[in-house]
Write a protein that binds this ligand. Structure first.
Ligand code: ZN
Length: 399
């Protein structure tokens, strides 16, 4: 299967100018000038005129509750699974799935099955073992074994610190899981990263600073998310990134301002990523810990905030795209992801001046063609089949 994408302005994410991209199978074969006549003569080859369009790598979302999350307000507040179409529509071609507060009714077996399902549906999906609480729940009984023996497991997360919903782990327990991940990563050639959920307690990132200051832990093994809760936490994240750790902002209404502030505070842009937290719950608690309300995070927020940052964060388009492509690939050690370069996976987006996706590719397969989704999730029914009226009485249409 060969596709020639002609004349797109390429942000790889660094600007490469107007060039052709040749895709062979699931990989990018060549970037430069390619003779279209030679390609068109190949059986099954496709030539796409991308003049006037901008090409960038498919987005990598390092924090998605692919099987849903939540439950902090009781069983009825467990959030739904994600659909592959929601992911693709938002420009995302690689996700890392995680559990959250609930690792009792949500399991890693389910998470792994969902990740494999998303791969069958056309995108790349990894998972973290563990959840908010330590000791970590795993598939095999061991964090190291999960990483070494299970193909999709690339680390542990989201492990909660400075958070009421954690089991208040000791620093030793945190050092233990980061070290297990590190060793698992060495033995398997994967990231072996530990992804930390940072809660709203005033201790903020202090536990992670102590890990880096007091233990022989390589800073890039630590990856902290939800760093935009307040100004002090953001400043703390700048300090953590200065030590070499990766930090991640959950996309939301304040993302543009947070990115701008991160830069003003001298934050290392190469260590910063954006994620969606999609299908996780967004609970609000009062000072007594009572749930005030709870909503569900949406994959599309990441997509919206990328463009909002490109408009008004003060960063260049290339710098903004790096937050959801090259930087995330570096954090997760996904050496074939996050860049438009020869031998990299053909995860590509082509968008027009209005920042609408005209074409999309995941592992060389076309996911969006002339603005239309080419992928359908297994249970994405035709609209007439999703109406509530066709469900049996007394049941919702969402089994
Ligand atoms: Zn979280």
């Amino acid at each position: 299967m060969v596709t020639l994408i002609r004349g797109a302005e390429i942000f790889a994410p660094e600007p490469l100018g107007v060039r052709d991209i040749l895709v062979e199978g699931s990989r990018i074969a060549h970037i430069g000038e390619v003779d279209p006549a030679g390609i068109a003569a190949l059986p099954g080859a496709q030539v796409i005129d991308a003049s006037g369009l901008t090409a960038c790598p498919g987005f990598i979302d390092p924090h998605v509750h692919i099987t849903g999350g939540g439950g902090e307000g009781g069983y009825a507040t467990r959030t739904p699974e994600i659909a592959v179409t929601d992911i693709i529509r938002s420009g995302v071609t690689t996700v890392v799935g995680c559990l959250g507060t609930d690792s009792v009714t949500r399991t890693h077996a389910g998470l792994l099955a969902k990740a494999r399902g998303l791969e069958e549906e056309g995108i790349t999906a990894f998972v973290y073992t563990g959840s908010y609480q330590l000791p970590a729940r795993t598939i095999t009984g061991s964090v190291v074994d999960d990483i070494v023996l299970i193909d999709r497991v690339i680390g542990a997360g989201e492990i909660a610190v400075s958070e009421r919903r954690s089991f208040q782990p000791t620093i030793e327990a945190l050092a233990d899981i980061v070290s297990q991940c590190h060793v698992g990563g060495l033995l398997s050639g994967k990231a072996g990263i530990t992804h930390f959920h940072v809660g709203s307690h005033e201790s903020r990132l202090a536990p992670l600073h102590r890990l880096l200051d007091d233990y022989p832990i390589a800073p890039p093994a630590v990856y902290a998310t939800h760093i935009t809760r307040d100004e002090e936490l953001l400043a703390d994240a700048v300090a953590l990134a200065a030590k070499g750790a990766f930090v991640d902002m959950t996309a939301g209404a304040s993302t543009v301002e947070s990115v701008r502030r991160y830069v003003e505070l001298g934050g290392d842009l190469d260590r910063l990523t954006l994620s969606s937290d999609a299908n996780g719950s967004l609970p609000r608690f009062d000072a007594q810990g009572r749930l005030i309300d709870l909503t569900v995070a949406d994959q599309s927020t990441l997509f919206e905030q990328v463009w909002a940052c490109a408009e008004s964060s003060g960063l260049s388009l290339s710098q903004v795209l790096a937050l959801v492509t090259a930087n995330t690939a570096d954090a997760l050690k996904l050496s074939r992801k996050g860049r438009i370069a020869p031998r990299h996976d053909a995860d590509l987006l082509l968008f027009d001046e209005g920042r609408t996706f005209r074409h999309g590719f995941a592992m060389g397969h076309q996911t969006i063609s002339y603005g239309r989704l080419q992928v359908r999730g297994t249970f994405d029914a035709a609209p007439s089949q999703t109406t509530r009226s066709q469900s049996p009485p007394g049941r919702s249409g969402r089994d």
